[in-house]
Design a protein around this ligand. Structure first.
Ligand SMILES: [Zn+2]
Length: 239
């Protein structure tokens, strides 16, 4: 059941084609695991909390630094040196007190039990070692995962369905594992917001997710392109 307050809070959703009260209830009963509370995880978690996702687990072992504030819009100067997961939890509860927010101040590698109980994973990480670990947990537990990556004015996005689409390991080669630290805040905002959109479509059953396709976002020229992905023969994770 949705309360009268929830019906008012989400009233604009019910004007979207195909999004009815049952879709909103699906969101309320969903659990999303957000790996990384940085440039991607901030906007993604804010939009998912605002949209009414019932349970959000946000995992990050880092503390807020001054150099994070060009893009990590959940945090303010008052959060510097505090746990990102805890600070994010406080802000997200302020956005939507009816969402249960669980902060995990730990490494992804130590959060497998929490990941395995979720309906969807958001890969908002910034290094490929942890991304590939998350990819293997997604595959083993058959939990879909929305991947995004950003660098400078560029971003990429895909929706991975274990057993159906290519996995992250299929298109990330071992020699592209060095992450760039160049980033504009708004670029992370675009990609993180797109992760939230993919999550909302998947959880409500509206629209069509980016399954098996890789979206390239080039904000330097403001152009978007999509390519079909193929499974890597002999992929160590999914073949
Ligand atoms: Zn694979």
């Amino acid at each position: 059941m949705l309360s009268s307050e929830e019906l008012e809070r989400y009233s604009r959703h019910f004007l979207i084609d195909g999004w009815d009260r049952s879709c909103q209830l699906k969101l309320k009963n969903s659990c999303v695991f957000i790996a990384g509370a940085g440039g991607l995880g901030n906007p993604a978690s804010m939009y998912l909390a605002a949209a009414g996702v019932g349970k959000i687990i946000i995992c990050d072992m880092d503390s807020v630094e001054l150099s994070n504030l060009n893009r990590q819009i959940l945090y303010t100067m008052n959060d510097i040196n505090l746990s990102k997961a805890e600070s994010a939890c406080t802000r997200l509860k302020g956005i939507n007190p009816s969402s249960e927010i669980i902060p995990l101040n730990k490494k992804i590698e130590d959060a497998v039990d929490m990941i395995s109980g979720s309906d969807l994973i958001l890969d908002c990480l910034d290094n490929f070692t942890s991304r590939l670990f998350l990819n293997s947990v997604s595959h083993t537990n058959r939990i879909p995962m929305v991947h995004a990556g950003v660098s400078g004015y560029y971003g990429q996005l895909t929706f991975i369905i274990p057993g159906s689409t290519p996995c992250l390991n299929c298109f990330i080669s071992e020699n592209t594992q060095a992450s760039s630290q160049a980033i504009t805040g708004a670029m992370a905002g675009i990609a993180g917001s797109m992760q939230a959109i993919e999550a909302l479509k998947f959880l409500t059953g509206t629209g069509e997710v980016l399954a098996g396709k890789l979206l390239f976002i080039d904000c330097m020229t403001m152009s978007f392109s999509t390519m079909k992905m193929t499974k890597k023969p002999g992929c160590k994770t999914c073949s």
